[in-house]
Each structure stands twice: as C-alpha cells, then as structure tokens.
Design a protein around this ligand. Structure first.
Ligand code: FES
Length: 571
C-alpha cells in the first residue's frame, strides 16, 4: 500500500473503516486495487446533453489507459449540462456542477482525475472543480461534431440557427425550408462545430495547460480522440506519481496564454466569465482589464463561424490549435507550464498551417486586433465587453437613442410591434438579464432585430444588455454590463429616447444623462417586477450569492480552494 497516495487514507489499515472502504469496492477490480492510484473519470455524459453523449465511449478509452499504467479507473458521473435542453439557461447550474464535482472528488478515495467535458458549461465547471479540490487533473475535451450540410452548403451549429431565424423573420426564407435544415445541422457525435463556447473552452483549457497539447479541437468522431483519451488516462497515473496538481503549475502566465489564444481564435465572450471564475478558484488575480490589455494587438487568425466562414473540422485539418499558437508564439508567456511539466511553447515547433484560408498566417491576419474590448463609462461603471471581431465596423463608434426593454418577456412582446419607435440608428437596451436579475445570466444579449427593420435590410444594430451572448452569435452587442440592473447598475435607469454613446476605440459606453437627473430617477415598476425573486432551492441560493460578471459570476462562498483534505473522519 503506497502511503503517499491520498486514497491510502481510506484503504490503508486494519480498522473497520478501511475494511468497509476496501470490501465494498471488490467487485471485479484486481486484488491489489487498493495499492494503486485511484483515477476518477469525471464524466459529463448524458442523453440529455447530446453534445456529451459520446463521452461514455471516450471514458472507456481513458479507463484502458489508466489500467495500462497501473491505476484503477473509477467512472464518476457528474452533473451534466446540455446547453440546448435545460431551461432557463445552463449557466444557472455551472456553479452547481462545479460544486458537486468538487465535493464528490474530495469526498471519495481519489488520487487524480480525468475530466470529460464538451458542451459549453461542462469544461468550465470541471476546471473550477479541479482548481478548488486541487488534485492532479487532466481534461479530455469531447471534440466538435463534423460539419452538416444542407443543399451543398455547410451549416454552422447555432450561428446558422440565428441567421436562418432572422431570414425567416425577414421573409427571405420559408418556414418549411427552415425546418428542413434541422435534420442536417447535427451530423453526429460531438459539440457545436462553430467557434462557439464549447470549442473555445476546449482550446482555452489547452492554452491554460490542462489538456495534453495538440488534443483540443480533435473532432469527436476522429479515432485520434480515442487514442488521446487512452493516452490521457495513462498520463493521469503519471500525474499522480508526480503530484502535479493544478495550483502547482497554473499561474498568471497560464491565463495570459489563454487570453492570447481566445483572441487569436476569435473565441466566445463566455470565456471571459469562465476564465475569471476559474482564476478566482485558484486565487489568481485576473481582472476584466487583463482581457483588454493582453488581447489588444492579438490578430484574428482563425476563419471560423461566427466571425468567419469555416467550421471546426476545417480548423483541425488546417493544422489545429498549435498551428495558431505558433503564429502568436512571441505573444505567449514562455514560462507558463502545461500538465506535462513542459511549457506550452515547447509544443509549437512542429505545428504547421496546412490551409492558410482557414488558419491565416500572422502576416495576413483576418483582423489585426481580435481581443475582446472592455468598455467603461456612466452606463457600465464596472465594465462591459464587446467582441469587435463579431461586430459591424461601422457601429463600433455610434450614438443613438435608447429603445428600452425592461425584461426578456417585454422584448418578445414588443420587438416586432409595427408601432415600435425604432430605426437602424437606435440602440436596443435589454435589462434584467444579469446574474441576479435573470439567474444564470441568459444568452439573450444578441436580441433579435425588429422585423420591420429586417425587412428593410438592416442586419445589425447596437445592442446593450447585462446578459450574455451565445458564442455562436454575432453582431454589435455590448454585453455583461456591470453592475447589472438588478444589482443597482445605471442600466436600470435608462429611458426610451436617452442618448447612448458607444466608442469601442476609446473603450467607452456612456449614457448621456446628467448625474443629477439620473439620481432623481427611480427604477420603473415593470423593470423591478422583472427581477427574479425565487422562493426556494438552488435559484434562491444563486441569487443571494452570485457575484457579478466581472468576478466570473461564481458564488461568493465558492471563490478560492478548499483543497483535497476531508474535514472530518468518517463513520
Ligand atoms: Fe452543446 Fe453547442 S449545444 S456545444
């Protein structure tokens, strides 16, 4: 029995506790199982998380690798979040999934863990858990699905749903045709094939150093994914032997690399909230401003929807993530290590671009500055973000009159009203969608444009919201406005007709209303009525404890780490 293993606290000894711990596990495992590293496979597979359903197969490859290296693989089903299925939004349970995973890893005789995620919130939740329990951990991203086609044209998950929906509303696409694309979009196993949140977080996890380099972005049906899962299982046993837990190698430099990567691939704005939350678990001082500072000057090199034209299997055949990182090598922190103990930059020498249309060389970027811009001003005292790569250049500096929606329901009821007083220069404002106002901070900031403007050919307008936006969405959308309306932010006081000034270059978002007049205003009844006031359960806990977007929307009592120690003796 290796006394150095954490699991020996359960299995070593002759007392009745050790007897019970050992005896109940003897169900076909090797007789010396208690002497070996115990490797959990935290698995987010679920039939209700279609993007992760194939992770059961991936887990089998991980198991084979763990056994091969002399460990004991132990599959641990954890809370799974299917982005398209759970209501009102999967983000409401990201912190719950992180909390439950952290607690179960700590509570069980586990020495290390392989984290299997894919769909948007699953990898962030697993990373938050791993950071807080701080056991040796490696992520295996489930990978994107292959591209589906309809009438010869590729379909981007999510992005083409938004696009087609607008076309239907504009009267350019028949509903029958729209319905027919449905069966072609989801081609098989894997998560969304755009550079949405799932793809982004897989790549970001690798940039942080939590994935075996070169794996993230491998399509779900690709045999190389299973081979890498096998390798990751084997590697997890090594990690335990070396005692390399997340806090031993994740540093500010790791997050620097993640932000560079996020910009270079044109990744999802959701990564901002997730990275802030993960850093918070690690005690790393990451702020919104770091995204602007580090991301500024990082070129956009990946031509993928929603910012570009291609999809994740194109990205993989074009050279993949390491080829992108190689182009921006000088911007990366050369000291930031990966789980292998080697720096991320050590893996870039052999990387190569095979299709310069999909992954562009540094000299010919798709955009010279792809970083996420952080705005401040009288409408967003603690910040708001905008993704210039997904916005219309002519709207990045804009002054327009507010058309205010007090809630999502209000938006739905009135956006297509022919009498709505709106034109293409208006600024659409939606509030009550922040972490507290609409628990989970739903992805509604890319609000639909008024039908009458769509019919006139308008395809983008400035939109301002305290909610999030799907990573597959696009448009000139200012989101994560902080403080949110329900937490007393000035967004709550905007009225129809107020002038709003957006100046992305100057990093400003201002409400052109004097401070005196604003001080005299009160929150109108419809807005206040829209704020969530849950009676009980998780939602109550969430509203009472959730932090604002600039702190990653984690729960206040989950920030930081408790480590792997179990606080009390069992039984
Ligand atoms: Fe799961 Fe998009 S719905 S990744």
């Amino acid at each position: 029995m290796s006394a150095s293993l954490r699991s020996a606290q359960w299995y070593a000894g002759a007392d009745h506790n050790a007897y019970i711990h050992r005896a109940w596990m003897r169900r076909g495992v090797p007789g010396d199982f208690a002497d070996r590293p115990q490797i959990a496979i935290a698995n987010t597979a679920s039939d209700l998380t279609p993007c992760n359903a194939h992770l059961t197969e991936v887990a089998q490859s991980v198991k084979n690798g763990v056994y091969e290296a002399g460990g004991i693989p132990l599959e641990l089903p954890v809370v799974s979040l299917g982005e398209t299925q759970v209501r009102p939004t999967a983000m409401l349970w990201r912190n719950m999934a992180a909390l439950a995973t952290e607690e179960m890893l700590r509570a069980n005789p586990i020495d290390g863990v392989v984290l299997l995620g894919g769909c948007d919130k699953t990898i962030p939740a697993l990373l938050m858990a791993a950071a807080s329990v701080d056991l040796p951990a490696v992520v295996v991203p489930g990978g994107p699905m292959l591209t589906g086609h309809f009438r010869g044209l590729p379909l981007g998950c999510g992005t083409d749903v938004w696009r087609s929906t607008e076309e239907v509303r504009a009267g350019r696409l028949g509903e029958e045709e729209f319905r027919r694309t449905e069966s072609a979009m989801i081609r098989g196993k894997g998560h969304c094939n755009t550079m949405g949140t799932a793809s982004t977080m897989a790549l970001v996890a690798e940039a942080l150093g939590m994935v075996l380099p070169g794996l993230a972005g491998t399509p779900a049906p690709d045999a190389r994914l299973l081979a890498a899962a096998h390798e990751s299982g084997r590697f997890a046993v090594e990690l335990v032997a070396e005692g390399r837990a997340p806090t031993s190698f994740l540093t500010t430099g790791s997050f620097h690399n993640a932000i560079v990567a996020l910009a270079a691939v044109g990744g999802s704005t959701n990564a901002v909230v997730h990275l802030l939350a993960i850093a918070g678990r690690l005690g790393i001082d990451l702020t919104l401003d770091d995204f602007d500072r580090v991301g500024a000057g990082v070129p956009l090199l990946v031509n993928l929807l929603p910012a570009g034209a291609f999809l994740m299997d194109d990205f993989h055949r074009a050279g993949g993530f390491l080829a992108v990182l190689r182009e921006v090598r000088d911007l990366l922190d050369p000291t930031a290590l990966t789980i292998t103990g080697r720096p991320l930059v050590a893996y870039l020498d052999d990387a190569q671009i095979w299709d310069p249309v999909v992954i562009t060389p540094r000299e010919t970027p798709l955009q010279p500055n792809a970083g996420i811009a952080v705005l401040r001003g009288s409408l967003a005292p603690r910040g708001a973000i905008v993704k210039p790569a997904a916005a219309s250049p002519h709207l990045l500096k804009h002054r327009g009159r507010a058309v205010v929606f007090s809630s999502i329901e209000d938006l739905r009821a009135r956006i297509d009203d022919p009498d709505l007083d709106v034109d293409e220069d208006s600024v659409l404002v939606l509030r009550g969608c922040g972490p507290k106002g609409y628990p989970g901070m739903p992805e509604v900031s890319n609000m639909p444009l008024p039908r009458k403007l769509l019919e006139r050919g308008v395809r983008d307008m400035v939109r301002v919201c305290d909610g999030r936006m799907s990573g597959t969405a696009y448009g000139t959308v200012v989101l994560h406005v902080t403080p949110e309306a329900a937490a007393g932010g000035p967004l709550a006081l905007v009225r129809d007709g107020d002038w709003i000034d957006l100046d992305v270059r100057a990093r400003r978002l201002d409400l052109d209303v004097s401070a005196d007049e604003l001080a005299d205003r009160t929150v109108d009844e419809a807005t206040a009525r829209g704020y969530a006031n849950p009676r009980r359960g998780w939602e109550r806990l969430y509203v009472d404890h959730v932090l604002q977007a600039d702190a990653g929307a984690d729960l206040d009592f989950l920030v930081g780490s408790s480590g792997a120690e179990v606080s009390r003796e069992s039984h």
